[in-house]
Design a protein around this ligand. Structure first.
Ligand code: DGY
Length: 409
């Protein structure tokens, strides 16, 4: 569809702020980590040089310990909370103090494959930075077996019901006054609630108070949960980075061993009660008991066990459009509230990648078709109601345009 392809390219160019792309105008006025990796993938379909620049700009904000922050505040903006004055990380460029799903190596490998000659020097320069980030995930966040997050924002699936057990133990009552900006851009019914935000802010205040010391945050911070989605993504990303490294002539045994350790650790997030991998509160051991899009990423790392397909596909069959972020049959489900039910084209693109590689071409094609229908009928929105297709959140969204160009269109 050339009209929609043109529109998608125009969105990427329109959201370009010079070397980096904002997820959407207004609601998200900075560079976001995993959004940028998808933007790069989208750019690679028509401007491979610009694709590499996107990743290079993101990694220019990498911390000394290897962490790549979830937001980079390249230039001031009034329209977002919490901005750099709240995070106070003291870094240059200013950034947030947490990370986001490590999809960069997965997509960098695809971008490199799209034009091997053009990408060789760029990926060679990026490789040690990607490796340092993966080491950070291994050293600080993979100790329990699965990958831990210290803030729901780190998962990228902010208010999904997976985090409810950990959130219950975060005290948001003492954060003091603050003004949200998101609800000035998007209807409040499509965003996290005030109690969620109070707790999000409390976790930022904890990080700030300890000078963003990773050890302290992991050991004693208010929130620590194992995230199945990031675990699957990181296993896959370790393998993709190992493939990149081998092609560049590096020894990659370390990356392979990190992937193997995580694979062995998957047993710690298998919840027999729901017959699926599940988010788990690492402070209390409690499982979330949630079936949702996080579990569907198992195929991306080749980790799906027998029976998982039946369990998970049953929740897909309850809606008309794509894989919902949580089970429509559960009490937590809300079809329009951000990650508590909506279908996100970006996550669906990763899920479809896993289906295709596992040999389930029919499921991959069904997912592509359902996603394409939503975009064709409503535009490049951030997320959609999976029951009736209502477009939700921000419009002219970078990663929705990117996955149209690379996958759905
Ligand atoms: C937001 O502000 O909603 C973002 O998802 C946080 O990263």
């Amino acid at each position: 569809d050339t009209t929609l392809d043109d529109r998608a390219r125009a969105i990427l160019k329109g959201n370009d702020r010079g070397g980096y792309t904002v997820p959407t105008h207004g609601l998200y006025p900075y560079q976001w980590n995993w959004d940028s990796a998808f933007a790069a993938w989208g750019f690679s379909t028509f401007d491979v040089d610009r694709a590499w620049t996107e990743l290079e700009t993101l990694f220019s904000a990498q911390w000394g310990d290897g962490m790549v922050p979830h937001i980079v505040f390249h230039q001031a903006s009034e329209g977002y909370f919490p901005g750099p004055d709240v995070w106070q990380t003291g870094t240059t460029p200013a950034s947030s103090g947490i990370s986001q799903p490590p999809v960069a190596a997965i997509l960098a490998r695809r971008i490199w494959e799209a034009d091997a000659a053009a990408g060789r020097d760029r990926i060679a320069a990026l490789y040690p930075k990607l490796l340092a980030w993966h080491r950070w995930w291994h050293d600080y966040r993979s100790r329990s077996g699965a990958v831990a997050i210290t803030h729901p924002w780190e998962s990228g699936r902010d208010n999904c019901p997976d985090w409810d057990p950990g959130m219950r133990n975060v005290d948001g009552s003492k954060v003091g006054p603050y003004t949200r900006r998101d609800t000035g851009h998007v209807d409040a019914s499509m965003r996290p609630g005030k109690e969620d935000y109070d707790r999000y802010v409390a976790m930022v205040q904890f990080g700030r108070a300890c000078g963003w010391d990773q050890e302290t945050i992991v050991e004693t911070g208010p929130f620590l949960m194992a995230d199945p989605a990031i675990t699957f993504i990181l296993i896959r990303a370790h393998r993709d980075l190992a493939a990149i490294g081998a092609e560049l002539g590096h020894s990659v045994t370390e990356l392979e061993s990190w992937a193997g350790e995580l694979e062995a650790g998957l047993a710690t997030i298998w919840n027999p009660e729901i017959g699926c991998y599940d988010a788990r509160d690492l402070r209390t051991g409690e499982f979330a008991g949630i079936l949702g899009s996080g579990g569907f990423l198992a195929w991306l790392s080749g980790a799906a066990r027998e029976g998982v397909e039946e369990t998970l596909f049953a929740i897909w069959d309850k809606v008309a459009y794509g894989i919902p972020s949580s089970d429509p049959g559960s009490a937590h489900f809300n079809p329009r509230r951000y990650w508590r039910g909506p279908m996100w084209p970006v996550v669906n693109s990763l899920i479809a990648m896993g289906f295709a590689e596992a040999g389930n071409g029919a499921a991959a094609e069904r997912l592509r078709r359902e996603t394409a229908t939503l975009i064709r009928e409503h535009g490049f929105y951030e997320y959609f109601d999976p029951v009736d297709g209502t477009p939700c959140g921000g419009s002219d969204f970078t990663w929705t345009a990117a996955v149209w160009l690379t996958w759905a269109g």
